[in-house]
Design a protein around this ligand. Structure first.
Ligand SMILES: Nc1ncnc2c1ncn2[C@@H]1O[C@H](COP(=O)(O)OP(=O)(O)O)[C@@H](O)[C@H]1O
Ligand SMILES: [Mg+2]
Length: 254
């Protein structure tokens, strides 16, 4: 199988005041082309850190990470930024759209670094917006869109360069349930119909259901496949009294 992400003993420490915070400890991870993986784990377990290292948005303190066969350590900062723009689509929890640009302009932004003509850039951006169902909102500004629509613009921006890999950090965290389902349906279609490899950090077990595979981080350690952190109770379950909860309410009953 075609390995698209390969991390070996990947580690990250942050210097904070006098202390060093170990965010990631010797993570070994392999993800194949076409997989849809959910990364879960408690707050502070290193999920965003791992995603940022894969996205070439930050550099590891130790170990190595190969993405699409590229050793990210081998690239200087400019080359890294270009590589990221060409190969990674990143979706943030808070959408990160630029408020003074229209949906079309936001989506076209990653194309500025490509060889496409201005006309082609607009055509590609319109196509991406149509794909996410926003063909009739191209000239709207972010403030004129709902949260769900803003996140769909963010998807369009993430796919406009036709990247192989889409990374999303708690992308449904600011969406209502219906918008989250729309979003996850779109992500799923990108995976199944457009063969995009997806890694999504999420707190939400419902969101994780859309993924083919779930991996857990705990205190910077990537747990073996199938293992969840001790005392792990998903946040949405915690909010409901245990006895009234459909997951735990029947626990212990025959
Ligand atoms: N820029 C940073 N500087 C210092 N510490 C950081 C930084 N980013 C993250 N951390 C620390 O690294 C650990 C992992 O953080 P993070 O990857 O954001 O976790 P998660 O996404 O799972 O909530 C946490 O203890 C966090 O406080
Ligand atoms: Mg995080």
């Amino acid at each position: 199988m075609d390995t698209i992400i390969q991390a070996k003993k990947l580690s990250k420490q942050y210097a904070q005041d006098e202390n060093r915070v170990t965010a990631l400890k010797e993570v070994d991870l392999e993800i194949s082309r076409g997989e849809f993986t959910a990364l879960m784990g408690p707050s502070g377990s290193g999920k965003s850190t791992l995603l940022h290292l894969i996205a070439a948005m930050d550099r590891p303190s130790g170990g190595e990470v190969l993405v699409l066969g590229q050793d990210l350590r081998a690239l200087g900062n400019r080359a890294l930024a270009r590589w990221r723009n060409a190969h990674i689509g990143f979706i943030f929890q808070s959408f990160n759209l630029i408020p003074v640009l229209t949906a079309l302009e936001n989506v076209a932004l990653p194309l500025k670094l490509t060889q496409l003509t201005a006309k082609e850039q607009i055509e590609h951006a319109v196509t991406a917006l149509q794909l996410v169902g926003l063909g009739d909102r191209v000239h709207h500004f972010p403030r004129q869109l709902s949260g769900g629509q803003e996140q769909r613009v963010a998807i369009a921006r993430a796919i406009v360069t036709d990247p192989d890999l889409i990374l999303a950090d708690e992308p449904t965290g600011n969406l209502d349930a219906a918008s989250a389902d729309d979003f996850l349906g779109l992500l799923s279609a990108l995976n199944k119909e457009h063969a995009k490899t997806i890694v999504m950090v999420t707190h939400d077990p419902h969101a994780a259901h859309f993924a083919g595979r779930v991996r857990y981080l705990d205190k910077g350690v990537l747990l073996p496949e199938g293992q969840v952190p001790q005392d792990w109770i998903p946040p949405h379950v915690r909010a409901v009294p245990l006895a009234a909860n459909p997951v735990f309410g029947s626990a212990g009953q025959p």
